[in-house]
Design a protein. Structure first.
Length: 246
């Protein structure tokens, strides 16, 4: 699978696709089986290469794994997730966290040299509804601690998407992109470019700030036949970046 909307000028701005764990039967490792992690999340695969098998030689490396929920437990319990990430070759964990577990996560991130991107889940999330809620706790933390901004969940909280990107700055480690026809309603998801999400201003800002993370399409509709909508989404984003290159 090759999904790439990079350019010679803006090659740091990469596109990927989110794949459910349940669809990847080869995700088991002898060290820590997936059942021990209990993630409801996704692998995020870097673009430009064959389908990843966790960073083994000759394959495209894994960009991240998650969402892995580290919102309960002591250091020993959370360490299991870092052992799993290390075994899988993940340089970054997309994480569910709490203010209580975040200091433990920071300690382990430094120990394992694995970046942590805290994911926000919109108005329903009473802890981190948007990146701002997490960023205020990270002000003095290690630079390996940052946020994964889900643009759909973010705009549903009423904050401005572009202001949020600027506020995150170097703490913006990962992006989950989707489009909504109604920016207040999660049930109105549509192919990227057909909704009200400010996709063009988003990419302008990412280019301006020299964003070096992953932009991963999170296409959660049309389960019976998602590929046409996914293709539309990537075609639209490629077109945006082509125009922005001038």
């Amino acid at each position: 699978m090759r999904i790439d909307f990079s350019s010679p000028d803006y090659s740091a701005c990469r596109g990927g696709v989110a794949q459910p764990f349940a669809k990847r039967s080869d995700s088991a490792t002898k060290e820590t089986p997936p059942s021990a992690v209990k993630s409801r999340g996704y692998w995020h695969l870097r673009v430009g290469g064959r389908l990843s098998h966790y960073g083994r030689p000759g394959r495209a490396p894994v960009a991240s794994g998650g969402v892995i929920y580290m919102d309960k437990g002591d250091e020993a319990a959370i360490k299991v997730y870092f052992d799993y990430a290390k075994a899988c070759g993940m340089p970054m964990i997309i994480a569910g966290a709490t203010p209580e577990t975040l200091p433990i996560i920071e300690k382990l991130a430094k120990q394992y040299n694995i970046r942590i991107a805290v994911h926000n889940h919109g108005p329903e999330d009473k802890i981190f509804p948007n990146p701002q809620a997490a960023l205020k706790l990270m002000r003095n933390m290690d630079p390996r601690i940052g946020v994964c901004m889900d643009v759909g969940h973010t705009v549903r909280t009423g904050v401005d998407l572009i202001d949020t990107i600027r506020a995150a700055g170097d703490r913006l480690l990962d992006i989950h992109v989707k489009d909504l026809r109604d920016l207040k309603d999660a049930k109105t998801q549509c192919p990227v470019g057909e909704g009200a999400m400010p996709i063009v201003p988003m990419f302008k800002e990412l280019i301006k700030m020299r964003y070096r993370g992953l932009v991963a399409l999170e296409y959660e509709i049309d389960a019976a036949n998602p590929l046409p909508g996914m293709q539309k989404s990537f075609d639209y984003m490629r077109g945006v970046l082509t125009k922005l290159r001038g």
